[in-house]
Every structure is written in structure tokens, then in C-alpha cells.
Write a protein that binds this ligand. Structure first.
Ligand code: GLP
Length: 252
């Protein structure tokens, strides 16, 4: 069990990313057992991979079913062709959707439309979330610059789903997937910070020493739009799940 840390946002430190991922997956298993029609908010990235693997394991062992659940992903790149293997839709399909019983018509991501259609697509997405009754349980990762979803530094606390321009750091981090920075889309649609804050419960995973500095700023600094994850501080049910490396700059 982790020591009690002096942070503005509740956090638990696990010995490894896998231990944290198992704990988050177990929380979701218990929630789904009590309320099968849960509405989930889901992230992409390296961070949630062990979590998705554990969901698949639990599903195969008949310990977890998503048959009545609904999912909304945080974000999607713009300007990719539908079905592009580098899209977040394709990534989610490979990492989770194709391997669990979540019905295909209840897995939602923003469509990778052309930028001119982004405002309309953003409104559609917000409406879909509202019609589903809002997000019950939202899982997030955090970018090295503190972004959540693709809400880059400077994103307003009240922002809704919208078109965003990606920062250089974010583009650099995505370069490997796209075979070079020049191929990374410059724009995306993301749920806004206001949209994320309306989720009833929020869990944030951050692993590895490359995240230690931003974790420290997000958890111990004054909440500021310059560190989007720090804006989670006002939420009634939010928790960070860290490994020892991402927590190394937090003082006890
Ligand atoms: C991506 C996603 C975020 C994710 C973040 C961290 O760009 N839009 O939702 O949390 O970057 O990625 P990783 O988990 O690979 O460090």
C-alpha cells in the first residue's frame, strides 16, 4: 500500500504499472457487476494497454461482461481516412473492442472528419454523451505536457468537445506511430475539460519516470489551465493511479 502523499488530488502508488492496471480493472469489474449498463470514458496511448489486457483476461474468464455497457473515447485525429490503421478507432478495435463483448454500435469515438466538419461532429458527440445519460466512469492518461484527452495547455476549464491544434511535444510523441513527425495529423477532436469533469468518477493512470515531473505539477501545484490535468482537482471523485517511477517527485 502506498504512503499518504501530500497532494491536491487523491492518488495511490503501486509497485508497477501492471499492479495499478489490475486495480483499475478490478474496480471496473465490481462496478459492472453492480451496474451492467455503465457508460465508460476511455483513453488511448501506451498507458492503458495493461488495463485493456486485464479486461480481456477477465472477460475470457467470464468474470466481466461489457454486453450492456457503452463507451465514449476521449479523442480522435482529424483528416485520416475512415478505417486508417493509425486512427484511435482502429487502435481501440485492435486493443479492446474486437476482444470483448461490448456491442459495436455502443462504442463511440469522434469521426475523423475533415476540419471543416469538426464543429458539427463535436456537437453530435456531446449530444450522444448526453443522450447516454453522461459518463459514469472515465479513465484518463496524461500527456508529458499535462494534457488530458487532447486538451493541450491553455484549454479552458469549461471547454467542450471541439477541434484542437496539437502541440509540438504531442506531435513528437505520436511520431513513431505515424512513421515520422511530418505524417502526424496537426488537428484532432477531443472531449473538452468541462465534458470530462462531468463524468461521475474519474481515474487517471500515469506510469514511468518520463511522467514524474508532470504528475508532480498536476497533483501538487495550484490548479491552472497551463496544466490541464491539474483542473481535475475540483472533482468530487477523482483518483490518480501511479507507479513508483511516476510518483518519484511527490514528497511524503
Ligand atoms: C495521447 C492521448 C491521451 C493520452 C496521452 C498519453 O496523445 N490523446 O489521451 O493520455 O497521449 O499517452 P501515453 O499513455 O502513450 O503516454
Amino acid at each position: 500500500m502506498s504512503p499518504t502523499l501530500r497532494t491536491r488530488i487523491a492518488c495511490t502508488v503501486y509497485p508497477s504499472p501492471r499492479a495499478a492496471a489490475l486495480a483499475v480493472a478490478d474496480e471496473l469489474r465490481v462496478r459492472l457487476a453492480g451496474y451492467p449498463s455503465l457508460v465508460l470514458g476511455l483513453p488511448t496511448g501506451n498507458t492503458p494497454v495493461p488495463f485493456y489486457q486485464e479486461l480481456i483476461r477477465l472477460h475470457r474468464a467470464s468474470l466481466l461482461s461489457l454486453a450492456q455497457a457503452t463507451s465514449f473515447n476521449l479523442d480522435e485525429y482529424l483528416g485520416l481516412a475512415p478505417g486508417d490503421p493509425r486512427s484511435f478507432r482502429a487502435w481501440m478495435q485492435a486493443q479492446l473492442f474486437s476482444q470483448v463483448d461490448l456491442p459495436a454500435n455502443r462504442t463511440h469515438l469522434p469521426d475523423p472528419v475533415e476540419p471543416a466538419a469538426a464543429a458539427e461532429e463535436s456537437r453530435r458527440y456531446e449530444l450522444l454523451i448526453r443522450e447516454a445519460g453522461g459518463v459514469d466512469w472515465m479513465l484518463l492518461g496524461i500527456g508529458r505536457n499535462g494534457h488530458i484527452g487532447f486538451n493541450e495547455p491553455g484549454s479552458p476549464r469549461t471547454s467542450r468537445t471541439r477541434l484542437v491544434e496539437l502541440e509540438a511535444k504531442t506531435i513528437a510523441d505520436a511520431a513513431k506511430t505515424f512513421g515520422g513527425e511530418q505524417h502526424v495529423p496537426r488537428r484532432a477532436i477531443t472531449m473538452g475539460i468541462g465534458t470530462i469533469l462531468e463524468a461521475r468518477a474519474i481515474r487517471v493512470m500515469a506510469f514511468g519516470s518520463a511522467k514524474a515531473e508532470i504528475v508532480q505539477r498536476a497533483l501538487t501545484g495550484e490548479p491552472t489551465e497551463l496544466v490541464p490535468a491539474s483542473l481535475l482537482a475540483g472533482h468530487a471523485d477523482v483518483r490518480f493511479l501511479l507507479d513508483t517511477e511516476s510518483a518519484r517527485l511527490l514528497s511524503q
